[in-house]
Design a binder for this molecule. Structure first.
Ligand SMILES: Nc1ncnc2c1ncn2[C@@H]1O[C@H](COP(=O)(O)OP(=O)(O)OP(=O)(O)O)[C@@H](O)[C@H]1O
Length: 463
């Protein structure tokens, strides 16, 4: 497959089509935005400053695919992705989370992402090291080889030296290889062994008050190299030791400095931050009350979206090329209620349409991870073939759509609760189903949902 940077906006949209039904305008907008970011990165330094980043404002009701589009785009482009809610932030200087923290969180996600990738690369090598460590525990040298005291050597060394004859060594190696074979065959998984684990003693955790967690972690991190490492012996089964040791051995093999460098680079140049509920911090100006702090949050957002440097525990991070996607329903407020400067930072506006009953039908069956495909995959693990008839799918879509009209419109999220209820019984019975083929048709769907749908209170709870 082509690398993401070579993909045209059209191809990006095609990829997104595999997961998200409809919402063409929004897909097109994000495809253009990421492409523009790549274009901007290629500009000469002096031009880069002139061309403002093209951030996006998505307007649309809940559950119609706003987050999903951004998340899939991030996945496709190998970008670190963070979703935050604008309402969670408070103005700098007040108790609570400052907007800066979103950059620190993004970097953290990026570090984890790169670290996981690097760990994957060294996994084979780490598995070999884990095997050696388990063998060390299964066949300890001192037990496998008798201590021979040679009076002459003792005289010279003060009696500390252990002497092994070549024969001892040969036997020891043979024993070890024998155990290795058993280990590989999986015969020793339940064997109990003693493993020595290293842990850093941190005297700093817990002495910082609420809201200071960042600082606590930062200080602990700063000193982690200097802090004493305590060795602790733990008894566990071989199978458990594998799980515990693998990340530890893998971590020793990767170069954390390089990981951090790459992670910073990735966060700065590819990061995507999705700011949900932006409409909730837009509001008419008033002198006192919460509006002041909402505007404060908007003001704090400005430099970040515009391009500034934020200090993180991994080093300074520039925000110039991070793509920001703000989203909201804007039922009460309007985009024009945001402070003008912020409006200007989100020049790409897209409206997402409410989903129709027909969209629901497609969402149920078409995406690569479609809901009905998920259930089919789950049940196939127990040998049950789940078949949905076209009218069965339509009935689920119809009921979900009606419930949205009657109760609260939560978009495609309704499909999840409806499908869960329809398939609850089958999921429960699966292991005992004799014929191993179950057909879900309109009749079946109605039977499962009828009672609940008719009862207003009940549907509000269950569907
Ligand atoms: N157009 C769509 N195509 C496929 N799946 C969709 C679509 N819209 C929503 N979904 C599914 O519904 C769920 C909720 O969607 P999503 O998280 O994108 O909502 P949203 O529009 O961001 O709403 P909110 O602002 O409340 O988070 C997701 O699991 C998503 O897969």
């Amino acid at each position: 497959m082509k690398s993401f940077d070579e993909m045209t906006p059209k191809e990006i949209v095609q990829e997104l089509d595999k997961y998200i039904v409809g919402q063409y305008e929004a897909k097109k907008a994000v495809a253009i935005a990421v492409r523009n970011r790549i274009r901007r990165q290629k500009l000469p330094e002096e031009w880069r400053k002139e061309v403002l980043p093209k951030n996006i404002l998505m307007i649309g009701p809940t559950g119609v695919g706003k987050t999903e589009i951004a998340r899939r785009l991030a996945q496709l482009s190998g970008s670190p992705f963070l979703k935050v809610e604008a309402t969670r932030f408070t103005e700098v200087g007040y108790v609570g989370k400052n907007v800066d923290s979103m950059i620190r969180d993004l970097v953290e996600i990026s570090v984890n992402m790169v670290k996981q990738e690097k760990i994957k690369e060294v996994e084979r090598q780490a598995e070999e090291l884990v095997e050696e460590r388990i063998l060390d525990a299964l066949v300890p040298e001192s037990k496998a080889m008798p201590v021979v005291t040679n009076p002459f050597i003792n005289l010279i060394t003060g009696g500390q030296q252990q002497q092994y004859t070549p024969e001892d060594r040969r036997r020891f190696r043979a024993k070890r290889e024998e155990m290795r074979e058993k280990l590989r065959k999986g015969e020793l998984e339940d064997e109990e062994i003693e493993i020595e684990l290293e842990e850093t003693v941190s005297p700093f955790m817990g002495i910082f008050g609420p809201g200071m967690e960042d600082l606590g972690i930062e200080i602990t991190n700063m000193f982690s190299g200097m802090l004493p490492k305590r060795k602790k012996k733990r008894k566990m089964k071989v199978s458990e030791a594998r799980k515990v040791l693998l990340p530890l051995e893998a971590e020793k093999l990767i170069d954390m400095d390089k990981v951090v460098q790459e992670a910073l680079d990735r966060a700065q140049n590819r990061g995507i931050i999705f700011i949900d509920e932006i409409d909730k911090i837009a509001g008419k100006e008033s002198a006192v009350g919460p509006d002041v702090s909402r505007q404060g949050v908007q003001r704090d957002l400005l430099p970040i979206v515009e391009g500034t440097t934020i200090m993180t525990k991994y080093g300074p991070v520039r925000t110039d090329f991070i793509l920001f996607i703000a989203a909201g329903a804007f039922h009460v407020s309007r985009p024009s209620d945001l402070i003008p400067e912020l409006q200007g930072r989100f020049p790409i506006r897209v409206e997402l349409s409410p989903l129709t009953e027909e969209d629901f039908v497609r969402i149920l069956k078409e995406p690569e991870n479609a809901i009905i495909k998920q259930y089919q995959a789950l049940l196939s693990t127990e040998g049950v073939e789940l078949v949905f008839t076209e009218d069965g799918i339509r009935e689920m879509a119809r009921i979900a759509y009606q419930l949205n009209q009657r109760l609260e419109n939560i978009g495609a999220r309704r499909l999840y609760t409806v499908a869960e209820k329809v398939l609850e019984e089958i999921s429960f019975e699966a292991p005992d189903i004799p014929e191993k083929r179950v057909v879900v048709d309109a009749e079946y769907v109605r039977r499962r949902l009828e009672k609940i749908v008719q009862d207003e209170d009940l549907s509000a709870y269950i569907l």
